[in-house]
Write a protein that binds this ligand. Structure first.
Ligand SMILES: Nc1ccccc1C(=O)C[C@H](N)C(=O)O
Length: 306
């Protein structure tokens, strides 16, 4: 499929959509094909809860560790069998349009990754309306700095995010670390069904608790920030995997493709994968399975089995 990049003065394609169609495009559960929307959302919670129960029952963990003073600033660390401070660490940021979801139902990737020697950190952040986008981005930045300070010998820090969580992870491509007193050993990004240009979200009902202004949306859009920055990646070896489900909405697919293209133009070591036969939710359920394509891609990157 050909994707027209937006030229400097080009019209963004979503601006041609009616209000109803835009709402539809940014309602992931309306695009699922194997079950109804309600059932999908119920199943999403249940699979997340089961994965978390299972991870907590079978893995050594440190739960509800504060990474800041705020009440919501907590993370869970799950260790591989052979505990080593030098493990690679993969931090996961859950989705839910910055207004739903919890670290306590998001341990999807814990068992497959810890089984292969990777420590997994599931990070909580303050959801809207309590948290603003600016605050969430700051919290995510501090959670990463915290892990780097706690485990300075780590073999690499990898960030994985789903949906809104992929947005938060992608913002870290532009993070300024100096004020945090530490530069994390960032080695890779796994961005799953994310939103990188927040502007269209302003015109949907998803914005009711977010209260984003147009300016706020632009300031928190990695798509726009990367286009404007023309900055070189600080570590050219740092790999960015952009993935989207075959059954994600066309707007979600466009967002992922355009973000990938912008990364390539900026000189990032990026790759793009459409996950076949997966919708917005199934794509993350894949992470509970050791042998799924997405889990395997993540493990290959982290374990450098190219
Ligand atoms: N992106 C997500 C990721 C995780 C959990 C929910 C969502 C949703 O988008 C829910 C939305 N209210 C929907 O009905 O599609």
């Amino acid at each position: 499929m050909e994707v027209r990049g937006r030229g400097p003065r080009g019209e963004a394609p979503w601006k041609k959509l009616s209000k109803e169609e835009l709402e539809n495009q940014y309602s992931p559960s309306r695009w699922v094909i194997r079950r109804g929307a309600e059932e999908t959302l119920r199943m999403y919670s249940r699979i997340g809860e089961d994965a978390t129960k299972n991870a907590r029952a079978t893995r050594r963990s440190l739960l509800h560790v504060p990474y800041g003073d705020g009440e919501g600033e907590k993370l869970d660390i799950y260790f591989p069998e052979e505990v080593s401070e030098a493990s690679p660490f993969c931090l996961f940021f859950h989705g839910g349009f910055w207004q739903s979801g919890s670290k306590d139902t998001s341990a999807f990737m814990v068992n497959p990754l810890t089984a292969r020697g990777v420590a997994v950190v599931i990070v909580a952040y303050d959801l809207a309306p309590k948290g603003t986008l600016d605050q969430m981005v700051d919290q995510v930045t501090r959670s990463i700095a915290f892990v780097q300070k706690q485990y300075p010998c780590n073999e690499g820090i990898y960030l994985c995010g789903h949906s809104a969580g992929a947005h938060l992870a992608a913002m870290m491509l532009l993070a300024k670390w100096t004020k945090h007193g530490v530069t994390p050993n960032l080695k890779g990004f796994f961005l799953v069904s994310g939103i990188y240009d927040l502007e269209p979200v302003v015109y949907t009902t998803q914005n009711a608790p977010l209260l984003m202004t147009l300016e706020g949306a632009q300031q928190n859009s990695p798509q726009l920030l990367l286009e404007a920055a023309l900055m070189q990646p600080s570590d050219p070896a740092c790999h960015v995997l952009v993935t989207v489900g075959q059954h994600d909405s066309p707007e979600f697919q466009r967002q992922s493709r355009e973000f990938y293209q912008t990364l390539c133009r900026g000189g990032w070591n990026a790759s793009f994968e459409e996950i076949r036969d997966a919708d917005h939710f199934e794509i993350i359920w894949n992470l509970t399975q050791q042998d799924s394509m997405l889990t395997q891609m993540i493990l290959r990157t982290i374990l450098r089995e190219h």
